[in-house]
Design a protein around this ligand. Structure first.
Ligand code: NAD
Length: 421
């Protein structure tokens, strides 16, 4: 394991293991059990050719990691990114195990990734890459074994291609092999906005605990994709001020609150948020440090470090992204009384509605949007309440408490099942 990934951010797997050890210490887990729980069960690396539009063939590398499947089939997204590493995918798979456990849905954890910048490829090249990658990892994925979903730079169309590829091999339609599909082929109501809905819900619960009135909140969001942009939309629709947002191109700031619907159409036209008229220009990292009450990192991991943590002005951090806070930054935030709602709780609504989608696909019976929203609200409220209570009793941060709730459940399942043979 290297300590740093090429882009200079902390190694995500080292981060995930450090967070695990902290919770495992508090749970007094013995070393043998820790050895099982911290180690990914399966790590598949695939190298495969893709025919490019110019007739040439290019090699790509991808991964699929299953961290732990003691509580149910492996579940986790697939990301396409030029900086994907095996350590990153291992970390994300481990976080998925804890995430499914903290909201108590019967899945284990997995993650996949391909080293590629899809923006450099045509749509047909991305489709061929997706279908070939899906075929390469078909030794692992399946509706009862390992169920992918969208993540960074993948979306419902990517899932449709994976579902179709898997179904072509089977000879019949297998919608339950992926979640986050379009509605027309077995997707679920509410999946697209689920992650953002859950992030906004936990933000409100945290604000309520800190007695911060919602109407006074100023929110900054890093990342303007599925998680970040929809969170901005939901907040704006509720009259909560979003003062800053950023994407890879940089950020924009307006202390009076950004006009999110206008910004969405600007981004739609221009591909980036930078340059949105009437706003102050920010760099990508400035967005984390602007005057605000709530910060929602919704881009990528390792962006909050001990270097920039002292400059973060928010009192609440809602981790819509996976792994945005390095462990040493976590400590600084805890000392300063900044409430960090950890990723495995803050963005767990995505996998929760994915679970609802999977159940609907298996039953061939689809629920109304209101059913989804009601069930999701109950899951998020119960999970937040359990975690906040344990954090209070233990005198620890919400991340350690969330990991304790989750790891205890996975440890119990592991012990009950026993060691084979
Ligand atoms: P996405 O591809 O839709 O959007 C990502 C956004 O982040 C884009 O606006 C991109 O420009 C921006 N971005 C990427 N790197 C950046 C950087 N270094 N600095 C600033 N901005 C950057 O992805 P998404 O689905 O919204 O996922 C975002 C995060 O949320 C990821 O960590 C993902 O694992 C997590 N997450 C997503 C879901 C989901 O349902 N989509 C569920 C759980 C967790």
């Amino acid at each position: 394991m290297h300590n740093d990934v090429p882009n200079g951010r902390p190694n995500p797997y080292a981060m995930a293991v450090a967070q695990f050890e902290e919770a495992a210490d508090r749970l007094h887990l013995d070393e043998d059990l820790r050895g099982i729980l911290r180690t990914p069960k399966r790590e598949l690396t695939v190298h495969f050719p893709v025919r490019m539009d110019n007739g040439r063939t290019k090699m790509f590398t991808g991964y699929r990691v299953q961290h732990n499947i003691n509580r149910g089939p492996a579940k986790g997204g697939i990301r396409y990114d030029a900086n994907v590493t095996l350590d990153e995918v291992k970390a994300l798979a481990m976080w998925m195990t804890w995430k499914c456990a903290v909201v108590d849905i019967p899945f284990g954890g997995a993650k996949g990734g391909v080293i590629v910048d899809p923006k450099q490829l045509s749509e047909t090249e991305v489709e061929r890459l997706t279908r070939r990658y899906a075929t390469e990892i078909s030794v692992l994925i399946g509706p009862t074994s390992d169920i992918p979903a969208p993540d960074v730079n993948t979306n419902s169309q990517t899932m449709a291609w994976i579902m179709d590829t898997y179904s072509m091999h089977a000879g019949y339609s297998v919608p339950a092999v992926v979640t986050g599909k379009p509605l027309a082929i077995g997707g679920s109501e509410g999946r697209n906005e689920a992650t953002a809905t859950g992030a906004v819900a936990v933000m409100k619960m945290a604000a309520d605990e800190l007695k911060m009135p919602l109407r006074d909140l100023r929110v900054a969001i890093q990342g303007f994709g599925n998680a970040g942009a929809i969170a901005a939309e939901l907040l704006h629709a509720e009259g909560i001020r979003v003062v800053a947002v950023s994407d890879r191109s940089g950020g924009v700031y307006d202390e009076r609150g950004l006009d999110i619907p206008e910004l969405l159409s600007y981004k739609h036209k221009n591909g980036v948020v930078s340059g949105f008229p009437g706003t102050q220009k920010l760099s990508v990292s400035d967005t984390l440090e602007v005057p605000c009450d709530v910060l929602i990192p919704a881009a990528t991991e390792g962006v909050l470090t001990k270097e920039n943590a002292p400059r973060v002005q928010a009192r609440i951090i809602v981790e819509a992204a996976n792994g945005p806070t390095a462990p040493d930054a976590d400590k600084l935030f805890f000392e300063r009384g900044v409430r960090v709602v950890p990723d495995i709780l803050a963005n767990a609504a995505g996998v929760t509605v994915s679970y609802f989608e999977w159940v609907q696909d298996l039953q061939n019976f689809f629920w109304e949007p209101e059913d989804i929203q009601k069930k999701l609200a109950v899951v998020m409220e119960n999970a937040y309440t359990d975690v906040a209570k344990l954090a209070h009793d233990e005198g620890c941060d919400l991340r350690t408490a969330a990991n304790m709730v989750a790891i205890k459940r996975v440890a119990e399942a592991t012990q009950l099942r026993g060691i084979y043979p």
